[in-house]
Every structure is written in C-alpha cells, then in structure tokens.
Design a protein around this ligand. Structure first.
Ligand code: TPP
Ligand code: SF4
Length: 291
C-alpha cells in the first residue's frame, strides 16, 4: 500500500478506543491534536508521542505515530533522549499537571534551558484524574478532595509563569471549549523551532470543579488577541500570566521572535567542528607505529 501524500486527521487516529470518562476534556484535545498534525503534514511514522502516567498520558496509544507511555513524571527526560537519538522525528510530549509539575517538576527547567525542539502539551485539569481525584500542584486553594478534607491549604503553582521564568521560547494556553483556537495553537507550538509549551485547560468531568468545565470555559475565556497582546513582549507575557487561576486567557503569551539554535543543532555544529580538528584514524595509527 502506498502512503497518502496528504495526511488527514483520521490517518493519525489509532484503532484503540479511548477509555476516558464520557465528556472528559481529553477527547477534545485528542481531536485537536489529530487536526494539528494533519495541518503540519508530517507522516505518522515521523512523529513520536511521549507521555508519563495519568489519564491524559494515554494519548500515545490513541495515535498511529510512534508512542511511549513511560513512567509517571519522566516524559520529558525520555522525550529529550528520543529527540537527540533521532533529531528528524517530530517529538510531542503529552501528560497531566500532576505528571508534569509534581513528580516531574524537576525536569521542566532542564528541558527548557536545553531548548531541545519538543512540543510539551499539559492537560491541566487541576486534579489527579487517574488515581481518583487527589490534589494536584495546580489545584486551587480551598479545593476539597479525598486527600484534602480541610480544603487545599496551599497556593497552586502557575504553569505559565513557571515556563516563562525558565525562558521557554513559546508559551501558550488553550481550552478544548474553543476547538479551532486550540488546534491552531497546537499547530503553532509544533512549528516553533525549539522547546514549546501549551497549557491546555482540559476539564476532568468526574473530579473537577464546576467552574472548570467546558461550559464555564466558554463564558470565561478571553483571547489574548482581543486584549491586543503583543506575543513578542516577554514582560507583558509575564504580567498576563500572573492571572492564571483567576482569568482564562487563551492564545500565545510569548513567542521568541528570534529563536536561538536548538540543542540538537548545537550538537551537530560542535561535532562538525571537532571532526575537522580531529586527525583521521589512519594518521593517528601511522604516528603511533613510527614511535
Ligand atoms: C512513581 C509513581 N508514583 C505515583 C503513581 C500514581 N499515579 C499515577 S497517575 C498519577 C497522577 C495523575 O494525575 P495527572 O498527571 O494530573 O494526570 P490526569 O490523570 O489528571 O490526566 C499518580 C499519582 C505512579 N503511577 N507512579
Ligand atoms: S477521571 Fe477525569 S481526567 Fe480521567 S478520564 Fe475521567 S474525566 Fe478524564
């Protein structure tokens, strides 16, 4: 069978049927992902999905691309290894807020500062979905769960500020309540030449709060374009990101207008420089034999 010249959304959809709860926001995210991949146009065998563990981390199984559903909190280091081993692959990392910012939080700074060309999609539902609704690092203060009968006493972390502060070149936020907007942002993140991050507010219908559901998102969301935000202005992005948890801003907070070289490009460059300096093997052998 010859591969199609144009890849439609359906070509990225695997035969595995998602087992998410009916109405879970991750269904919408998955549809948006298929569409974004189709717009980018890379064939499934040139794409790899890497995830940790969680409801959202099931995504690799639902695509026809290469996939690795790894260990809780370890998607970023494994994705970096995959990309460095095969820089031609388009590598997308997907997972939850718990996976990415709790157990895996220590890896974020290093993935960002290395600037390996990965797209990191976090399905931020403000709870641990898979393990039945415990507090996550983005849970709002006061949230009552099985592990917080007194209501959460901690402030949530702010994923947008986190990424911007570490220096990520592309930082955006989306919701599946706005499917065209979310799809366009995923596509733009994939096309960004360097580490890119999209915080996707993907509701957990089973354990999430009412004001975090799709219906609430539709009335609450405000596009950054409607605020006339200039996405090349990092300081303005930092200022707007502070509203995480109170406002639902969607769009690109920051896109580095002059993307620096990626880590993998620097590796290639250094290798080429060193091989020019290095004496070929046979010359070294001759020199040794003449001693
Ligand atoms: C090392 C390790 N610790 C804990 C767990 C249990 N565990 C699995 S998924 C998960 C959290 C899931 O929450 P999140 O990452 O936000 O994803 P969601 O299910 O909400 O999509 C936890 C604590 C595990 N699998 N491995
Ligand atoms: S528990 Fe929540 S996050 Fe997990 S599948 Fe159900 S609705 Fe989705």
């Amino acid at each position: 069978m010859t591969a199609p010249a144009v890849f439609e959304a359906k070509h990225y959809k695997s035969e595995l049927k998602p087992i998410w709860c009916p109405g879970c926001g991750d269904f919408g995210v998955l549809q948006g992902l298929y569409r974004a991949l189709s717009a980018v146009g890379r064939p499934p065998h040139e794409v790899a999905f890497i995830s940790g563990i969680g409801c959202s981390s099931r995504i690799p199984g639902y695509t026809t691309a290469y996939g690795f559903n790894t260990v809780h909190g370890r998607s970023l280091p494994i994705a970096q290894g995959v990309k460095l081993a095969n820089p031609d692959l388009l590598v997308v990392v997907a997972g939850g807020d718990g996976d990415g910012f709790s157990i895996g939080g220590g890896h974020v700074a290093h993935a960002v500062r290395r600037n390996i060309d990965l797209t990191y999609l976090v399905m931020d539902n403000q709870v641990y979905g898979l393990t039945k609704g415990q507090l996550s690092p983005t849970s709002p203060k006061g949230l009552e769960t099985v592990t917080s009968p007194l209501g959460s006493l901690e402030d949530p972390i702010n994923p947008l500020l986190y990424m911007l502060a570490y220096g990520a070149g592309f930082v955006a936020q989306a919701t599946p309540a706005d499917m065209p907007g979310m799809t366009a942002l995923i596509e733009e993140a994939i096309r960004y030449p360097g580490f890119s991050f999209v915080n996707i507010q993907s509701p957990c219908v089973t354990f999430g709060e009412e004001d975090q559901q799709l219906k609430a998102h539709k009335t609450k969301m405000k596009t950054l374009a409607s605020l006339k935000h200039d996405s090349s202005n990092q300081l303005a992005a930092l200022d707007l990101a502070r509203a995480y948890g109170t406002e639902l801003y969607t769009g690109v907070f920051y896109r580095n207008p002059n993307p620096p070289p990626t880590y993998e490009a620097l590796v290639k460059l250094r290798q080429a420089e060193q091989s020019k300096k290095a004496r070929p093997h046979h010359q070294l052998l001759e020199a040794y034999l003449q001693k």
